[in-house]
Each structure stands twice: as C-alpha cells, then as structure tokens.
Design a binder for this molecule. Structure first.
Ligand code: CJB
Length: 836
C-alpha cells in the first residue's frame, strides 16, 4: 500500500478495509503480529487462521456497525429470532462469499505462502444446535441479512456445543466439544450491555405510590447475562445483522460474606453454579428434557433478550406502548415460549403497564413456530418445579389461563374436555405447565414448517386452537440458504450453473429454472456428471481419511445423514442393505449397480435404541466391507461426527438422498432440500417437505414409496401387527434370521435382539409395513442409475426446479404473513466520517 503521510485517515481506513491483495496480505501479517503475538516462523496454522479471520472481520465492521445503528432508528422494525439453538457452521468461507472477496483473499493468502482451504478447514465450527431446528435458525439469519431485514438472533453462548462423536468398536462415544478453546475471532463481548436475571425466591403484594395494589418478585438468586455478538452478513449487501448470544456469570465473582468467614469453596461455588447455565447444550433432539437446568437456560436467554429489546426500544426514543411495532418476536419452537410470561412481567411489574394493555402488546409481539408433532417433544414443566424457579411467572401464567378459559368457557360451556385440553395447565394427573399452549395463546400467529405438517397440526395437536382461531395457524415451508449449501459447499456446481445462466440465481433461486434449457445439451450433461464425479472423489478422500475405507467413486452414493431417530428409520435403510447383500450371496452373478451406502448422524447420548442402530450399521459395514464376494459392488460406511463442516462435503457428493421417515412424523426436513439442490435424487415417503419437493421437481424425478400419513393413521387405528408382514415375506424373514443368528455380531445373537424384538412386537414406526414397497422402489432406483443419461437429466431437473426451497422464499413469507416487515437499506457511513 502506498498511502502518503498527508492522508492519515485513509491510511487507517485502508489497513482495516482495503481489498487490494497487498493490503489484505499486510493486514494478515499485522494481525498475526499484533493480535496473535507471533512471528510467522513460529505461528501455528491456527494463528494464521485467526489472523485471516480478524482481517475478514475488519472488512465486515463498516456494514455491521451501520446496520446496528439502524436498529436505533425509531421507525425501524426489527425481527427478534429467539432460538435455543443456532447451528451456524464455520464462518470464514461463508463470510468470504458474502463479502465477495474470496479471490482476493485466496491470492493474498497464497502470497503469504499459505493455502486458503487449509485455513478454512482450521475453523472449529460453533455447534450450538442439535440438528434441523438449529440449522434452520442459521439459514434464516443468512436470508434475513441477505434480504436486508433488520434482525437480531438471540440465543445462548454454550461453552460446550453439541458433543463430538467418535466411533469405537462400532459404538458412539461422546466427547466434549471445546469449540472455544482456541479463541473465537468472530465474536465481540459487550459486557456494557449485560443484564440481570432472577431465579427462585417469592412474590409479594405491595401498594405503590399511586395507591395501587401490585405484585413484585423477590428472586433468591440473580445471575448476570453477558452478550457476545457475531455479525451475520448478507450476500453482497450492506446489511450485517447481529447474533447476540448470552453467557451466564455470577453477579459477584465471590460471595464475600462466605469468603470473610473463611469459606473459600462456598464463595467460589456460587460463581460456578451460576455459570452452569450457559455451560452445555442439551444434546437431545425432539425429546423434551425435564431438567431444571434446561428451564433455567430457557428463561435465562429469553429474559436477557427481552430486556435487551426493551432497552433498544427505549433508546430509540419510544415508549413501551409501541413495543410491538418496534419488535416482532419469533419463538423457534416452545423453548423460548416462557417469553410470553416474561414480557408480561416486565411490562406489568417493572414498567407499570396495566394488564390489558400489556396483554395486547404481548400477543401482538410474539409468533410461534412448531417444529414437530412427536408427543415426546412437547414441553411441559411440573408445576411445583416451575413455581419454585419462577414463582412470579407461574402466577402470571395462571392469570393468563384464567382469563383465557373464562373467555372460551362461554363458547364451549358444554365441552369440559375441550377446556381441559386447551388449558395452559395439564391437570390430568400431577400438574404441568404446557409450553405449547402458552405459545399458542400468547402470540398472534402459529406456523408449521411444511404444508403437510401444518395441516396435521390443525387436525391433531392444535385442533382445538384451530377451531377457536381458524386463521391463526399458517404454513411457512422451510428453506435453506443457497449461499452455504450451493455456492460454498459445491463451488464447481455453482460455477457450472453461473456459466450458463449468470449469478442472479444465488439471490433468486427460482431462476435455476433456466437450466431446463440445457437439459439436452450434451456438453452440459457431461460437465454436470463431471462435477458430481469430482465431488464424489472429494468425499471419497474424506471417508478414506476418517474411516479407512476405500470407496468406488463410480458406485451409486446412497446417503442418509441426519440425527439418529427411530422415526427417521435408518434401520429401514439397513434392512434394504442386508436384503441386497443376501441376494448377492444367494446369487453372485446378480446384476446390480454398485452402491455405496453412507450414513452419518449423532444419537442423543441417552437414546439406547438409536445408539444400537449405529452399532448395527457399523456391524453390517464390517461384514460387507470385508466380504470379498461383494467387493466393489457393496460398501457401507458410517462417517463419524456428522456436523455442518462435514455435511458440506456430503451433500454435493450424493447420488441418492434417503428421506424415508414414517409418513406424518418428519415435520419438514431440510437435508432433503440440500441434497436436491446438489443434484441428488430422492427416495422418500410422502412426509414433510418431501411432498412439496416432489411436486416441484416432478413425480417422475422422485422415487416415492410407502404408506401416506393418512394410511399410517388408518392402519394404526385398525390395529397394526408387524407379524402379518413378517410372516408373508420370506426375504424379510431371511434378513431377520441373519441378524438374529449373530452373523453381524461376531456370533452374539443377543446384541441386536432389543431392536429386532421392538420391530416384531410393536414396530411403532411401521418399518415392516413399508419394507416391501421400499425394497421395490430401491430396485427402480437401481434400474434408473444404470441409465446415466436419464439419471443426469433427472438430476439437472431436481436442481432446476428446487428454487422454492431457498430460505429467502421462507423469510419473505414470514415477512409478509407474520412479521409485517420490509427491507431497510443500510447506508455505509464511513468510519472516518463517523469520527467527525
Ligand atoms: N426439529 O430439529 C428439530 N428439533 C426439534 O426439537 C424439533 C424439530 C426439526 O426441525 C426442522 C426445522 O423445522 C424440521 O425440518 C425437522 O423435520 C424437524 O424434525
């Protein structure tokens, strides 16, 4: 850089924002020296990564601070996305793409003698989520920023995110995820914006200075919430929204009273227990965790968030009666639904607003997204636990409930069943607070995450609410961001597409339709296949490295990656693998397209059956991969530690996407969209968003099998007996016999017995009922794959018609139907000018 001495402002600005290769290179060298405190000769790869990350972050700050400034403009409306999980994935590569400086940075890095891919791979991903729900929140943050919608994501800065999964002897072993141990260059702590959060204690009545009788809460313990901010930059726009994650700390590091009497341990102990709140993410997916600490986490971050919003609102010069105009708050599942009671408490108790006004504000502020119909995921808290931890909130909930039931009692006076189902309190046995009912009553909109799911919500779990408020339940089908899931993960595909249709599709995914013009273009088809081969070779390398298994990149890559759950039916996939293997054993000359079955996904640590399924996959893999009779025709691998980073190498390499849940149980699925975007074909049931994906890509480009949601209910109502299916299917019997004989378990017939017994005795997810249809459908997949031209056409069509599933479309729908927000363009007010 050649800044002259008489231009001091530009000197400062250029070092931090300049985009020339020379400036970038020098900025990295400066950061290595001044932030990491290292000479290049002794710097580790992590030091170089950090130096680069700070270089990139500097280049985001103009946009970020100017976006934050907008939050404080009184007329600007903000979406607050409250989520216990944000499964972001690594930032560096994504930020380079959204900033549009990838090429310059690559060169600057190379000129420094380094490799950009290696530095990107160095980043420890923030795994602050379990699966789909947390990843959806991350995609939505990307789209909000890209669409220039002012938004803040609020959540918890877990010190330990989702555990790292190792596979030992075929079993899952959990290892703590120490994602912060090498430092996090993307976040900025904002201790000056800390807030206090109370727990426990009691409530008391008092008369205020106006002579009004009121209630107040005297908590037993107060904990400090400290916000850490991360910029979420939109794609090629000036908007960089804030993800604000809260860490819990003791208000005083030492309890001085205890310290003074010599109880050093007791003094420090309070600090330790306070900090437990943000210590670790609960690793259970779709399983309500009845633990007090979980409720503490939920209340902690929600209270921090609402206090923060009120502060922003008041700083913007507005009064609380217009809070609902400034903020629209989305509850990502019921995890943050305690917010309804907390906002009431803040407005009524702390800000002296009358109940009726406060209730109107609250209802107009919140909206609730439901993500599952599984009964075990519906959160409810024992009343006594709730009352001990949040006594004032319990009072408020009881008051909300009384007013609500008083109203509907008039309408349903002769239907006590209805009242008891809609009550915020479950009083059938021991009493519980029902968080879904609180979220439904306390907000102005409820939505499901795919058309089928929203319909089922109306017919089942939320039937009574739907009858009461026929317009309140909407559908917003999920979507995923094409920036991470195409441009970043599959650069060669993105390049091929852009070569044909330009780059507009990256922000307007429906434009992929233009690819249909090239369907019959031989050159394009070849290039398409070439990209897939290259991505398969890339995944082959990862699997060689992590599993020591050599794959045949010409085989059909048949992939199922997602959390392990019986309803997702990874074990149905295994039944197919064993069927195929058995056929090959019986008939070594059988002609099949060579296949590689790839699995990945974590099981909740306490979910015994899910862990046994992982063991089964690995056991089957060991036998098949070591059987010379099927070499090169069948391979099975379980890729350990499936996470966002690994998944970016998996989706682009897949030929076949397994979306085989029992119909009616997968709310939407989002992996299904990522696969399709990367040219994989789907084998799936009519479940969740599969239904809509099939509608879009065309039934002839989708492998459909299995019972429908309606048929599942009918079969269960009639009385389902898995034996009926077992007894009439010799091939299925053979599969069960092989497993039971100990063939896959070193001769131990007992190992998988719990799984087999479960399938034969109850089979709650109807594997046996769908088995034959699945096997037959897989045979048509096999046939189709053996016609590469036809397969390629189907693959191109899947991508060309996937536009609907961009999270940009989902966010537009939320904005129109639920949030009533519109874009706000961020003007870049320069740093130097801002100083003046
Ligand atoms: N989901 O990941 C979770 N965790 C839950 O506790 C409940 C639901 C998933 O949410 C995704 C995003 O909406 C859905 O696509 C998926 O079907 C659902 O299982």
């Amino acid at each position: 850089m050649t800044a002259s001495m008489d231009q001091p402002h530009i000197q400062v600005e250029d070092d931090r924002t300049g985009l020339s290769i020379e400036t970038l290179r020098r900025a990295m060298a400066d950061n290595l020296f001044y932030i990491q405190g290292k000479w290049p000769e002794v710097a580790t790869r992590n030091d170089f990564y950090m130096a680069l990350a700070y270089t990139v972050r500097d280049r985001m700050l103009q946009r970020w601070l100017n976006s934050q400034r907008n939050y404080l403009r009184p007329e600007v409306r903000i979406v607050a996305y409250l989520s216990a999980e944000f499964l972001l994935g690594p930032h560096l590569g994504n930020n380079l793409i959204n900033l549009g400086i990838e090429d310059e940075v690559r060169q600057a890095v190379e000129e420094s003698g380094l490799n950009l891919q290696h530095l990107i791979a160095q980043e420890e991903e923030p795994g602050l989520g379990n699966g789909g729900l947390g990843r959806l929140a991350a995609c939505y943050m990307d789209s909000l920023a890209t669409l220039e919608i002012p938004a803040i994501g609020y959540g918890i800065r877990y010190e330990f995110g989702i555990f790292d999964q190792q596979i030992r002897d075929g079993w899952q072993v959990e290892v703590t995820d120490k994602w912060l141990q090498h430092g996090n260059p993307w976040e900025i702590a904002r201790p000056e914006a800390s807030v206090n959060v109370g727990f426990g204690g009691r409530t008391e009545g008092y008369t205020d200075s106006d002579g009004r009788y009121r209630m107040r809460w005297i908590p037993h313990q107060v904990i400090k919430g400290i916000p850490y901010d991360t910029a979420i930059l939109g794609y090629r726009v000036n908007t960089a929204n804030t993800l604000r994650l809260w860490t819990a700390e003791a208000v005083e590091s030492f309890n001085f009273q205890a310290f003074n009497v010599g109880d050093y341990y007791g003094a420090v102990n309070q600090k330790v227990t306070s900090e437990n709140i943000s210590k670790v993410l609960y690793p259970n997916d779709e399983q309500a965790q009845g633990k007090q600490l979980r409720l503490e986490q939920q209340y902690f971050f929600v209270s921090c968030a609402l206090q923060d919003m009120i502060r922003i609102h008041l700083t913007a010069g507005r009064t609380l009666d217009t809070f609902q105009e400034k903020f629209t708050v989305q509850l990502n599942d019921t995890h943050p639904s305690i917010g309804v009671a907390e906002l009431m408490r803040l407005l009524v108790d702390e800000h002296n607003i009358d109940w009726v006004t406060a209730w109107e504000i609250t209802q107009q502020t919140f909206a609730y997204t439901n993500h599952t119909l599984l009964p075990e995921a519906l959160e409810k808290w024992p009343l006594d636990l709730f009352g001990r931890l949040l006594p004032r909130h319990l009072e408020i909930i009881l008051e909300i409930n009384q007013r609500f039931l008083d109203k509907i009692r008039v309408q349903y006076f002769n239907d006590p069943g209805k009242l008891s189902r809609m009550s915020l309190i479950d009083e059938q046995g021991p009493r519980y607070v029902r968080m879904a009912n609180l979220a439904c009553v306390g907000g102005h909109a409820i939505n499901g995450v795919a058309a089928l799911h929203s319909d089922l919500l109306k017919q089942t779990v939320l039937k009574d609410f739907h009858e009461l408020w026929p317009d309140k339940i909407r559908n917003v089908t999920n979507g995923v961001t094409p920036r991470r899931w195409m441009v970043l993960s599959n650069p060669s595909l993105a390049l091929l597409i852009s070569d044909k249709i330009g780059t507009h599709w990256i922000r307007h995914l429906e434009e992929l339709r233009q690819l249909e013009n090239y369907l019959d273009d031989r050159g394009f088809q070849d290039a398409w296949r070439h990209v897939k081969q290259e991505r398969k070779a890339n995944l082959t390398r990862l699997i060689q490295e992590r599993c020591g298994v050599t794959l045949n990149p010409n085989s059909l890559f048949d992939v199922q990656v997602k959390r392990l759950h019986e309803y997702k039916r990874q074990h149905l996939n295994v039944l197919h693998i064993i069927t195929l293997y058995d056929r090959l054993r019986q008939n070594p000359n059988l002609e099949i397209a060579p296949r590689t079955f790839i699995f990945g996904g974590k099981a909740a640590p306490g979910y015994v059956m899910a862990k046994l399924i992982i063991k089964l996959i690995n056991s089957v893999a060991t036998v098949i991969n070591n059987d010379p009779a099927v070499q090169d025709r069948l391979k099975v691998v379980f890729l350990p530690d499936y996470n966002v980073t690994n998944s970016q190498r998996v989706y682009p390499a897949a030929d076949l996407s397994e979306q085989i849940s029992t119909a009616g149980l997968e709310a939407s699925g989002t992996g299904n969209m990522k696969f399709s975007m990367n040219g994989a074909l789907t084998i799936g049931t009519l479940d969740g968003a599969n239904v809509e994906i099939r509608e879009e890509v065309g039934a002839e480009n989708f492998f459909l099998f299995g019972l429908t949601a309606k048929e599942v209910i009918e079969l269960k109502t009639r009385g389902y007996n898995p034996w009926d299916y077992h007894n009439q299917n010799p091939e299925l019997q053979e599969v069960f016999n092989l497993i039971r004989s100990g063939f896959f378990s070193g001769g131990d017939p007992g190992l998988f017995e719990p799984l087999i017994a479960n399938l034969l005795q109850s089979d709650p997810y109807l594997l046996l009922a769908d088995y034959q249809a699945y096997i037959d459908c897989q045979a048509t997949v096999d046939q189709a794959y053996r016609n590469p031209d036809h397969w390629t056409r189907m693959s191109i069509l899947n991508v060309a018609r996937i536009g609907k599933f961009s999270s940009d479309r989902s966010i537009r729908e939320y904005c129109q139907q639920i949030w009533h927000t519109s874009p706000v363009h961020v003007e870049l007010k320069e740093y130097v000018q801002a100083q003046a």
